[in-house]
Design a protein around this ligand. Sequence first.
Ligand code: MEV
Length: 321
Amino acid sequence: MRRTAKAPAKVTLFGEHAVVYGHPALVMAIPIHVTAVAEFSEDFSLESGPVILKHLALAISEGEVKVIGRTRDEVLRYFSYILEALKVLNVEKVKVSLSSPLPVGAGLGTSAAVTVSTIAAVSALLNRHMDREEIANLAWEVEKRVQGRASPMDTSASALGGVLLIGKEADGWYRKRVRAADVPLVIGLFRKRKSTAELVSGVAELITRHPFASTIMKTIGELTERAVESLEKGDLALLGELMNINHGLLEALGIVTKEVANAVHSARLAGALGAKVSGAGGGGAVIAVGDDVDEIAAALKASGAERVFVVKGAARGVHVE
Ligand code: MEV
């Protein structure tokens, strides 16, 4: 008996970093999936498909951890999301196998998709019914335990799918579904030079040194709210313009590498109506909107993108097959 769950990755359309300070962000699930297969097993073991961990495997049996390939720390960092998910589900004798076309840490919410797909597959195996809201909440709990601090953005996008506006009010986080038109989006992945945690703390230090910089976060929040309308109407010109403003503000926060800055400008020269870094930065993902997807994709590749994807609309949330 085995159960398979597929959870989508995501792009942050607007509001990364500002969301850490409670301002709204817009996030979209994309049709690129992490697949988790859960089955009963005598021991507790984890395996990964060829891309996520490049054939690495880790087995935990009677307290002994066996790692094949790479360094132990690196492997444990990747697996910590699965281990923590199994802990919150209170499961011991299970085998989880993962596969994904994306590397972990690519800036597309892969760790959230790993967590969400694991929770969905294991809970289905155990016949413990969980709706997508419950999976989203549990996966966020796992991310907080592993990372120390996380907004519910990535886990909500992967569990619930579609386009979501996420932000904070006095009584906690909210997420609202946005009825977005399908927009042509080109995504480029660049070598990530810093971890999300380093980038988030770098921004926090910048704001401590220059408290006026917190107004940048407020402005990002305002433009994110304005972007909802552009998505609902499918107004690519307005969407692109707001993306460009958001990118400029993220540059001001110091999270954009030279390579990504050049790629954003090349995408605009190739016809993108807007382009920006997406996610924590330090390399990572770039998104560009425009109808000339082939030209924009070629420009991102020529600027050093390791992978380029074209998506035409949002994906649905996690599903069990
Ligand atoms: C990372 O994908 C996005 C950040 O806003 C961090 C977070 O929301 O937890 C930089």
